[in-house]
Design a protein around this ligand. Structure first.
Ligand code: CAA
Length: 240
């Protein structure tokens, strides 16, 4: 039977491209979303991928949602923690709510997505975890103290999980996308975005599919020896 893959925030942007790529690879895919029913329905109509709605920032909701996916599609062997938000503001203007919302979704959300299904992966002796971090977790970003903190935190999560899961056949890796042509990046003021593109040696934004291909590889059986790693896909904008 095909393995089941879960993609949080899997109906839009980079997440949608990952969901589609994993389906093409032959996995059964569950894509979660937080609020946009209309986009989620359109996504299912277009792709045939089942969607589930919950707030990744809430542990109990996540646990119940994950149980529902497992009861309908089977044990989750592959999890792509992709759901993320921005609440950009220069630090002197950043409100505690902007800090808390981003921490809750982007960082606690990763814990809430992986923790409930971790025991099952350990028991079955197989798991593939990919966390979608960001170039801005590697280099920091003006107006993103909150977001950069969560994306740097993602790297700590995968490096630690890699050590805990290795003896149980579980790998945990991160992908750090650079600036990708998604709604999130298009929301950046045009002038600022043009300046950012000017810093990318490749001379363009990335495509969501270019990130999805990294994930496809990391979740495959061929990637069993890649554990605790970070793949940067940023057009040469930043080297670690
Ligand atoms: N570096 C240095 N200075 C900068 C700057 C930068 N990157 N960006 C803005 N500034 C300066 C401005 O020139 C301005 O300076 P002055 O006051 O001297 O004129 C000041 O900082 C900004 O003041 P504003 O009052 O205009 O700031 P604001 O409260 O309106 O905030 C902003 C504007 C939120 C910073 C907006 O410019 C913005 O959205 N910037 C982009 C931030 C960004 O890159 N976010 C990434 C989103 S995509 C993503 O997160 C996906 C991913 O993983 C890559």
């Amino acid at each position: 039977m095909a393995r089941t893959a879960l993609v949080t925030g899997g109906t839009r942007g980079i997440g949608a491209a990952i969901s589609k790529a994993l389906k093409e690879q032959g996995y059964q895919v569950a894509a979660t979303y937080a609020g946009n029913d209309e986009k989620a329905k359109a996504f299912t109509d277009e792709t045939g991928i089942q969607t589930y709605k919950w707030n990744v920032g809430n542990y109990e909701e996540s646990k119940a949602g994950l149980e529902k996916v497992e009861s309908e599609l089977g044990p989750i062997d592959i999890v792509v923690a992709n759901a993320g938000i921005t609440r950009d503001a220069p630090f002197h203007k950043m409100k505690p709510e902007q800090w808390n919302e981003v921490i809750e979704t982007n960082l606690t959300g990763v814990f809430n997505t992986i923790h409930p299904i971790w025991p099952g992966m350990r028991e079955r002796g197989f798991g593939r975890i990919v966390v979608i971090s960001s170039i801005n977790g590697q280099k920091g970003q003006f107006a993103q103290v909150n977001y950069a903190a969560t994306k740097a935190g993602d790297l700590g999560i995968v490096k630690s999980l890699a050590q805990e899961g290795a003896s149980k056949g579980i790998t945990a890796n991160a992908v750090c996308p650079g600036y990708i042509a998604t709604e999130m990046v298009m929301a950046v003021p045009e002038k600022v975005r043009d300046a950012i593109v000017g810093q990318i040696p490749t001379g363009r934004l990335g495509e969501p599919e270019e990130i999805a291909r990294c994930v496809s590889f990391l979740v495959s059986d061929d990637a069993a020896f890649i554990n605790g790693s970070t793949i940067s896909a940023n057009g040469g904008q930043f080297f670690v």
